[in-house]
Write a protein that binds this ligand. Sequence first.
Ligand code: OOB
Length: 531
Amino acid sequence: MTVLIEGAVGWPDEVAATYRERGYWRGDTLGDLLRTWAERSGDDIAVVDGDERISYRDLDHRVDVRAAGLLDLGVTRDDRVVVQLPNTPEFVVLLFAMARIGAVPVMALPAHRRSEITHLVELSGAVGYVIPAVYQGFDHRTLAAELGVEHVLVAGDPGPYTDLSTVVGERRELPPVDPESVAVLLISGGTTGRPKLIPRTHDDYAYNARASAEVCGFTAADRYLVALPIAHNFPLACPGLLGILGVGGTAVLAPAPSPDVAFSLIQQEKVTVTALVPPMARMWVEATEWAEEDLSSLRLLQVGGAKMDPDLARAVPPALGCAVQQVFGMAEGLLNYTRLGDAPDLVENTQGRPLSPDDEIRVVDPEGRDVALGAVGELLTRGPYTLRGYYRAEQYNATAFTPDGFYRSGDLVRQLPSGHLIVEGRIKDVINRGGEKVPAGELEDLLLAHPAVAQAAAIGLPDDTLGELVCAVVVVAGDRRPKLKELRAHLADLGLARFKQPDKLVVVDELPLTAVGKISKRDLVARLTDR
Ligand code: OOB
């Protein structure tokens, strides 16, 4: 078994050997790769942020001094650090600096609040927390005060903490880092309970980004707009930031994905490719009706994170003047892409096919038997960039994986003879709110902490804009019916990210049960959608 880090499950040795032989795993860390890219692309621009243009050489240098600064602070190999930065150069520098010293960033989202961050800190055993001072009206320093982590590093006014810009040290020879060790811990949408951590190794993540860049036809002439929050796997490595740097292109950082911000950046920086979730793609298409920016540089729009309507897929090329690509991915690994040469029917109506020739796909019935080709079943997968176990989750791993290492995705799919997959639903208890994942159990636990709530079920209800809305269905304790606003305030008090808070509240006398006495969410959804 390959050794990732204590608490993480690796690949069986013979499987790992195959992945190396076939050239998927090349033995480079993300830190090594940036060095190679800087030697190749020196003065070319790697990252654009507003007026700031950072060359590959400059980026490499900044990463070296930050890595030294982290070591000087006492952050070292295998140390976990929760990173909660928006789309800024600081994020990019920190990611590679941590890679160079073998420390492991835990990829928190800017929208996460006390509930998520304390969970991530505890689960990962983080020694540090890296934050902006105030972002979107939220003062991250006040949250830091509650965590008790050793190092709080602030991009901006540090208050009582350490100014990230002072975390610099003398450039020096750094101790070697194992390419099979963990490069990043990504956050899972979760299937039950609280979010899990996904260990992604240098070898596997580098392959993930490199192969994705190839499928998307990335070249040094491409300029990728990082529009979604960069801590998401999609803009980070599918092909995203890592993919564009790997080919010598330019990453343009956007503070937000909305058309009012992104369109002028596309015009100004001649952006050629970007990635969005379906609701944002729809906003872009609609905005072209009145927007005056020149978007003609765009050649490809990737859309994923939630299922895209075929009509939206059809609307993108004429409206935005570029090709569209469906991406059905997961932070756990497996990526499916429609290919640039695929017939329109496949691009519009499927969620793509697996990235790697060594992605193994099974579609199974509830008993775990393979269904006939074309029939709907749960997607199981195994491959050179798909995890073999969540971090520090031994018990959970026992059911989330088959004994022979297939990851049970919880997604219901059917497969076409061409290999393309169509997502038909899911059996995991997660709400997909416009691409953001809301684990139902996490929300239910916090709802139950409210004195007026006796029982709670969180379900997704269909919505034209977001795909699904978060609906809290509750049985009241006592005789006072709580209001939606009150429950949202309660969840905010408990520090739950806003995107996980219910959009709707339904009060019922009792929750429908299945034959085995569990809450029947299917019945609930059917009842509330008149189906
Ligand atoms: C991406 O990753 P996660 O980890 O936030 O969410 C994964 C889940 C999948 O298991 C599936 O349930 C859903 O999100 N999903 C889609 C989808 N893309 C993701 N469902 C239907 N159609 C799609 N195109 O969401 C993610 C990671 C990398 C690239 C793109 C998306």
